[in-house]
Design a binder for this molecule. Structure first.
Ligand SMILES: Nc1nc2c(ncn2[C@@H]2O[C@H](COP(=O)(O)OP(=O)(O)OP(=O)(O)O)[C@@H](O)[C@H]2O)c(=O)[nH]1
Length: 143
């Protein structure tokens, strides 16, 4: 998490977000692992298309992504993630004649909104927000 350390040192705000496809096990179980992989790849493409080149996008485990947005305020970060969430929910995937849709949940935190001593654990805080998004019904961005 060099970017977070740098942001703390140089005092610019950074948004950290965890993004997770909803009920993904069901996608695999219903349509197969290969189709699941297509869904994961589409999230990666969407993130690359909708975020800046200087933003950091990483795959964090199976169907989970971690993004770090340097020089980004909470409001702006939330809007970007909400836009990605909305767009993804409107995508349609196919397996033969069957068409289906997926949703994703995201948890985010902005470094400006946490105490100094908590800046090192932005990832944990973002993960807690993701948990709230899941518990709150999924297909939403929580901070
Ligand atoms: N197709 C595919 N599946 C993967 C990959 N990595 C992990 N998975 C699957 O992703 C699923 C993750 O499911 P869970 O974490 O249990 O949660 P979920 O079904 O997404 O439900 P919620 O996160 O609670 O909405 C598991 O079934 C994994 O096998 C991958 O690279 N490709």
């Amino acid at each position: 998490m060099n970017e977070i350390t740098r942001a703390n040192r140089q005092q610019y705000t950074v948004v950290v977000a965890m993004i997770d496809i909803d009920h993904f096990k069901k996608v695999n179980d219903t349509y197969g692992h290969a189709v699941g992989d297509v869904v994961i790849a589409s999230v990666a493409t969407l993130l690359r298309q909708r975020l800046r080149q200087t933003d950091i996008i990483g795959r964090y485990g199976g169907e989970e992504f971690l993004v770090v947005l340097p020089y980004c305020e909470a409001e702006d970060g939330w809007k970007k993630l909400e836009n990605i969430r909305e767009y993804f929910s409107r995508l349609r995937f196919r397996q033969g004649d069957i068409e289906f849709a997926c949703t994703l949940s995201a948890g985010m935190v902005c470094s400006a909104d946490v105490l100094d001593e908590e800046r090192e654990r932005l990832l944990v805080t973002a993960d807690e927000a993701l948990y709230r998004a899941k518990r709150g019904g999924r297909n939403q961005v929580c901070q």
